[in-house]
Design a protein around this ligand. Structure first.
Ligand code: SF4
Length: 386
């Protein structure tokens, strides 16, 4: 039996990759077989990646600010406690960080994912996943990501009989954990195989252009879906909202609610009216929801987040003087700002005597164009009623 110290863990991050239906997206695919996660990154995801990398290499110097270090320290502390609890204070036999776990499923697509920590001792395993954000995490025994990793670990290590899965969620001050037994493997395999098999049938319909309302199941998670902007189910919901506000709009033809080359003029017009109506309704709902959250209403899937405050300058003169004190000249400020022609003509309009306003502004614009310092962007259009 190999006795592995915690700080001699093996890391396998070079094996990172994304499966078509990986464990972290199973929750969404289980809810809607048409779901596909948005690709691309954002500051929160990059922050999460940095913290994960630092935890993998146990190198706090990889982090960039105090919040990241706080999350890192909480993860280390909670992980220590989990190891102590699951292995009764003993060293584990094996410990792998960023461990790729493959699932043997009754489905065609290869399914795998990367678990943050997998440790074993005797017939017991501990899997740990760090969650660095604020999102609410489903309880472990109902959590598809946890169930997928547990299944993969049981399948890979035939001698294991017990497996504990734990999510460490410092931003929510939570450690969620649950236990699984080997006898649950057939059930876990059947459940996850069913989800992946259904998605294997549904997702290709997007490319084939045959996706229909009955294939998909809208939920709050649609906001993470790559198909959000063209999903027929979301179009149907939107239409339902518009029709409640304006019943005559319920007369749209069944089927695709996107504008395509085949859409007739009457339908384009109705869809445009729906979009305009729903846009206003959406803004109003968003505003009211934020007001309610500010007043203390707890929402199950959303939380209030400050976007900061807009800082307005009350004295431009003093600001320029202050900037100069820091060696920022007026030329530097002009260089780093975007001054629009409209801003300058508005200023000119304001300071020109009444009778000469139009002519002076016209002459100014003509001279600017003659000097070739005005570039015309692409023409912009909107639709207005006849
Ligand atoms: S946008 Fe459509 S396909 Fe995507 S999760 Fe929502 S309902 Fe499913």
């Amino acid at each position: 039996m190999r006795n592995l110290s915690r700080n001699k863990s093996v890391t396998m991050s070079e094996e990172k990759a994304h499966a078509e239906f990986g464990p972290s997206s199973l929750k969404y695919v289980a809810k809607c077989a048409g779901y596909k996660g948005n690709s691309g990154t954002n500051p929160a995801a990059e922050k999460g990646n940095r913290i994960h990398a630092a935890l993998e290499h146990r190198k706090v110097s990889m982090l960039t600010d105090a919040d990241e270090i706080d999350i890192y320290n909480s993860c280390v502390k909670e992980e220590d406690q989990l190891f102590s609890m699951i292995f009764s204070g003993n060293e584990c036999d094996t410990l792998i960080r960023e461990k790729r776990i493959s699932l043997d499923l009754d489905a065609k697509t290869e399914t795998f994912g990367t678990a943050d920590v997998v440790a074993t001792r005797g017939d017991t395993a501990l899997i740990v996943d760090y969650k660095t954000g604020y999102s609410k995490i489903d309880e472990v025994r109902d959590n598809w990501q946890a169930k997928a990793y547990v299944l993969g670990v049981f399948q890979e290590h035939e001698h294991l009989n017990h497996c504990t899965f734990a999510f460490i969620v410092p931003k929510r001050d939570e450690v969620l954990w649950g236990q699984f037994m080997r006898l649950e493997v057939p059930m876990l395999r059947a459940e996850i195989s069913a989800i992946v098999s259904q998605a294997e049938v549904t997702r290709p319909k997007w490319e084939q252009g045959t996706i229909d309302i009955d294939d998909v199941t809208p939920s709050v998670d649609c906001r993470f879906c790559a198909f959000e902007s063209k999903c027929p189910a979301l179009g149907a919901i939107t239409l339902g909202v518009a029709a409640r506000l304006h019943p005559e709009l319920s007369m749209l033809p069944a089927g695709n609610l996107q504008i395509t080359e085949d859409t007739d003029a009457d339908t384009i017009e109705k869809l445009y009216a729906v979009a305009k109506i729903v846009e206003t309704w959406c803004s109003s709902v968003r505003y009211q929801a934020v007001q309610r959250a500010m007043a203390g209403t707890e929402l199950p899937n959303y939380k209030l987040r400050s976007l900061g405050q807009i800082k307005k300058i009350t004295s431009q003169d003093f600001l320029l003087k202050l900037a100069a004190k820091y060696n920022v000249t007026t030329d530097d400020i002009i260089e780093s700002s975007t001054i629009s022609l409209a801003d300058v003509t508005a200023a000119l309009h304001k300071k020109t005597p009444k009778k000469a306003k139009a002519k002076t502004v016209e002459a100014f614009v003509a001279e600017a164009e003659a000097l070739d310092i005005v570039e015309l962007g692409a023409p912009r259009y909107t639709l207005t009623s006849r």
